[in-house]
Each structure stands twice: as C-alpha cells, then as structure tokens.
Write a new protein. Structure first.
Length: 164
C-alpha cells in the first residue's frame, strides 16, 4: 500500500484549522443496506440533512459526492451475498459539519484502498466515481479502521462559505 493513516488524512488538515471532533456543530449518520437501492436512500438522507444545515452553494456538490462514495462502496467494497442469503455488514454514511467545512464519510467492510481508474474515456460506464469526487470535493482520502471496527472510511471534505 505504501501509505499510512497520517498521509491519507493530511488533506483534511491542509489550509484549515485542525478538526476538533468536539467542535462538530452538526452530525448525522445512517446505516445503508448492502443493496444498490441504498444509493437512493443515501441521496434522500443527505438531501433531508443538508436542507436543515446551511451549506450554501455546496448542496448539489455534496449530494453528488455522497452518491458516488456510496455507489463505490456498494460496487467495490461489499462482497456478493452468499447462497444462504446471509446479510453482509452494511455501509454507513456519516455527515459532519463544522462552521467552515463539511465532511462526508462512507464506512465499508473492505480493506482495499479506493483506486481511481486511469481512464481517458469519460463516457465509460464505470470508473468515473472517484474522478467526480476529486472534481467536486475540496479534498478526499481514506483510512483503514482499526480495533473493533473492520474495513475503511472514504471521506470527502467541502469548504463552506461563511457569511461576511
């Protein structure tokens, strides 16, 4: 892999005051089933949440990125259902808002690092997800989970414009 958590999280700290988990002004989280219908549920949850928060002109960007992150988690990080129909660990969507930024994070059960596809064909059916995340978020990254939690978190950061 060649990276560590500090390197993967560095973009969260660039050009902004440090993130203090205790200083989160608002936070919301939802568990999503390991089914592609969950992308629609994630969009609905995000829209409802952001309508309550003042995110200004970043509303559509955040909704698009959440949709891509959840789609990627379901497509690449959740194993196919076994024959017995046993339910796999769900994907979790976290939205956290500070005064000047918002972070959306998607937790999934995979240990594989997200890798943007190297594709010159933007019209390709797949492979655009992380390109879109990179284009619409101010920064993004990922980190493996440790301890009792298994898998990884892929996150995207959005700077919010404050009035004044």
């Amino acid at each position: 892999m060649g990276t560590n958590g500090s390197t993967m999280l560095k973009p969260l700290r660039q050009g902004l005051p440090p993130l203090d988990p205790a200083a989160v002004s608002e936070a919301a989280c939802c568990a999503l089933p390991a089914r592609f219908e969950a992308v629609r549920e994630a969009r609905r949850f995000t829209r409802r949440t952001l309508e309550q928060w003042d995110v200004g002109d970043r509303f559509d960007d955040i909704c698009l990125v959440v949709s891509e992150l959840v789609t990627n988690a379901l497509r690449h990080a959740v194993p196919a259902a076994p024959r017995g129909g046993e339910e796999h660990p769900s994907v979790r969507l976290h939205l956290m808002r500070w005064t000047e930024r918002l972070v959306c994070a998607v937790r999934d059960p995979s240990h594989e690092s997200p890798v943007p596809r190297d594709s010159d064909d933007f019209s390709a059916e797949s492979g655009r997800g992380l390109f879109l995340v990179d284009s619409f978020a101010d920064s993004w990254g990922w980190h493996p989970l440790v301890g009792a939690l298994d898998g990884k978190v892929v996150w995207a950061l959005f700077r919010l414009h404050t009035a004044g």
